[in-house]
Design a protein around this ligand. Sequence first.
Ligand SMILES: Nc1ncnc2c1ncn2[C@@H]1O[C@H](COP(=O)(O)OP(=O)(O)O)[C@@H](O)[C@H]1O
Ligand SMILES: [Mg+2]
Length: 376
Amino acid sequence: MASIRVKNLTKTFKNTTAVNALNLEIADGEFFCILGPPGAGKTTLLRLIVGLEKPDKGEIIIDDENVNSIHPSKRDISMIFQNLALYPDKTVFDNIAFPLRQQKTPEDEIGTKVTEIAKQLKIDWLLEKIPSQLSGGERQRVAIGRAIVRKPKAYLMDEPLSNLDALLRLEMRMSLKELQTDLKETFVYVTHDQVEALSMGDRIAVMNNGVIQQVDKPETIYRMPTNMFVATILGNPPMNFLKCALKAENSKVNIIHKAFTISTGDKSFKEKLIADSKEKNIVLGLRPEDIRINTEKPKESSIRTEIYVTEPLGNETIVDIKLGDNIIKVLTEPDFPGKPGQPIWITFNCSKLHIFHDETHECVYHATEKNKFEIV
Ligand SMILES: Nc1ncnc2c1ncn2[C@@H]1O[C@H](COP(=O)(O)OP(=O)(O)O)[C@@H](O)[C@H]1O
Ligand SMILES: [Mg+2]
């Protein structure tokens, strides 16, 4: 069991700062996901924690002990890599037993431990086979078995499922989550796949350019992203962004786009966003599921527009819609009947809109049920 803390950690390779003054606190027993695009610095961060890289600056603290000068083999952390390298000539048993044999564990103890882990991973019936006789998912389980058999303090996983096909990934996601629930150990799981992070993580850290953008529970990251990067990395299709002008008018504030105006009399909104100026530019963020398409004009006020393209995906349809100079994506039901060019009326779930700063891209406002925004 271990908590992991990283303080002001920096690692630069020639011109690239892969990890930049990074701070992170991972609790004991947590399933902690690090989500970021390729090049974000995720692998470097894991390699620093496990001790395969030396930091330029900063501290790595495991269970209240600074481990900067402790050799990787003494940190008692195991790392599972994207490319699982099993020994091709060794049986599943011998592959899993390998780290224990290196530690000179007695053979009878090895037998007990390997069997126990194999049962946990549901590969106990494969112990006498060699890797080439196994499926991709089974091989992945063996690699995981080998990493966990010596019961380290924490498990670091670097995109362990990215080489598997979609169906296997789905199955392994469940297995890993189950395994962590059984073991109750600290898992640090790196991925570029938002679905993996959302479905497995107790908490998610979103990382970009060597910097952590936000750390929160999955639902909070999705519901209240701190900036446009985080808003984009979670959600499929991602959040729609529309450049708008914010204009104060008497007691109201209007969010003005070429194709529509949203108005609110909400005092807190006004005070927070435009108290000191009459007009400014912002970016309005709306998730595809927070926009509704009406094929006939509804009673409530709506925006008249037309369908640009439809993308039927089986269990849902994505509809692309023109709004002024923008094209937005809307999520709708599987057998949505609309055709390109057809006139439609859209409405927004205004209690879920987000306002971003047009230059810094930081989120400056998340609407809630309490706000009274309406299309006018
Ligand atoms: N050993 C290295 N030498 C030079 N550049 C590196 C090295 N390792 C990583 N980098 C660079 O650091 C950045 C972060 O890489 P990495 O940690 O692998 O990101 P991720 O795992 O998120 O894709 C990238 O720009 C990468 O090219
Ligand atoms: Mg990587």
